[in-house]
Design a protein around this ligand. Structure first.
Ligand code: NAD
Ligand code: WQD
Length: 338
């Protein structure tokens, strides 16, 4: 079985390619390398013993995307990771985000229809829930208006997929709503590439522990949470990668109940920023210099997933303990500094 993975040299994509190849799938990656490096391919090869197919391709180019499918038209399914993902940047560059994230999705869908590729797994996000009134969030928790153009591209992408699946009865789509993906492959051969000053908690934390940043700001300790710092559902990237493999199998084996489904992919457990810092220190023995600062604008207070649907329907569950995830993140940070 051959799977086309867009954005496959990126953070979550590269880990998913590893899991797909381990399960015997043949993979062809398309990525324009706007936020990743071709070296990820070598990491994947070292872990799995197999070099995935790769083409450098901008999926916003409809003609180039069509040509790709014309050449690889016999693919069985697509996993569409490719997108720009920096929330803050999207506020300043809305057109770039709408253009990149929506056009690439629509070009992929148009080519799938033309070449009869019927199965798609899409990267969505818990950002579609915003600050939910009731926790944990289930798949039937109402979506809220997006806080950023990035978040809006995920809402709009889900809507495009729903409308597309409604009229294209042969098409089967699963959208996975990731919570907060963190960590790296235990081999330290692939992981998240930092660009500039990180916005996300874990790369900032590991860079602080490594002495690259003087101190980590804990954004707010006055939230309505047990220790006052904000709570998220941090999902190990290898656990997350495995969710894609089971989603692909569900589609290929025709076990999906509708032709558009979506699932929460998290651990089901919320952890605060201060709990993450303590777990990191426990796991690595390295102290993190931090200071509590005011809340970050646009942040929600707390969110974590109800994963019952993914557990039952996909037969998937997050299993990696948080300390192990944080140790992998630390080892990856050390690898980057070698
Ligand atoms: P990433 O930036 O590491 O990977 C995305 C990849 O897509 C990159 O390799 C980039 O070069 C490529 N890409 C972007 N635009 C492209 C285009 N027009 N044509 C070809 N390639 C293109 O990001 P990631 O963290 O691996 O995220 C993967 C997906 O998961 C994204 O859709 C993201 O929005 C979604 N997601 C990520 C998170 C997270 O916190 N990392 C959370 C929820 C959802
Ligand atoms: C986590 C927690 C911060 C940095 C983002 C996107 C979301 C999804 C996942 C794509 C928060 C706190 C952070 C720091 C801190 N991505 N923090 N000091 O904001 O939950 O979600 O990534 O779909 O859409 O918004 O992730 O890692 O930035 O923050 O205290 O230096 O860590 O306030 O509570 P976030 P994050």
């Amino acid at each position: 079985m051959k799977i086309f993975v867009t954005g496959g040299t990126g953070y979550i994509g590269s880990h998913t390619v590893v899991e797909l190849q381990r399960e015997g799938f043949e993979v062809v990656i398309a990525d324009n390398l706007c936020n990743s490096r071709a070296e990820a391919l070598e990491g994947i090869r070292q872990i799995t013993g197999v070099m995935p197919g790769f083409e450098r391709l901008d999926l916003t180019d409809a003609g180039a995307t069509r040509d790709f499918f014309a050449r690889h038209g016999e693919v069985d399914a697509v996993i569409h990771f490719a997108a720009l993902k920096a929330v803050g940047e999207s506020v300043h560059k809305p057109l770039e985000y709408y253009s990149n994230n929506l056009n690439s999705l629509m070009n992929v869908l148009a080519s799938m229809r033309e070449f009869g590729v019927r199965h798609l797994v899409f990267s969505s996000s818990c950002t579609v829930y915003g600050q939910a009134e009731r926790l944990p969030v289930t798949e039937s928790t109402p979506r809220r208006e997006a806080e950023s153009p990035y978040g809006n591209t995920k809402m709009m992408s889900e809507d495009i997929l729903r409308d597309f699946a409604r009229v294209e009865g042969e098409m089967n789509v699963i959208a996975l709503r990731y919570f907060n993906p963190i960590g790296a492959h235990p081999s330290s051969l692939i992981g998240e590439l930092p660009t500039g000053v990180p916005n996300n908690l874990i790369p900032y934390l590991t860079q602080t522990a490594a002495g690259i940043r003087p101190e980590l700001s804990v954004f707010g300790d006055d939230y309505d949470t047990p220790d006052g710092s904000a709570v998220r559902d941090y999902i190990d990237v290898v656990d997350l990668a495995k969710a894609h493999v089971v989603a692909i199998r569900r589609l290929l084996e025709g076990r999906n109940r509708q032709n558009f489904e979506f699932f929460n992919i998290g651990t089901g457990r919320g952890l605060s920023v201060l709990e993450i810092i303590r777990a990191f220190e426990r796991a690595t023995g390295v102290k993190v210099n931090f200071r509590v600062t005011p809340r970050r604008a646009g942040d929600i207070e707390k969110v974590w997933a109800d994963t019952t649907l993914a557990n039952h329907e996909l037969g998937w569950k997050a299993v990696v303990p948080i300390e192990e995830t944080l140790l992998n993140a630390w080892n990856w940070q050390k690898h980057l500094m070698q």
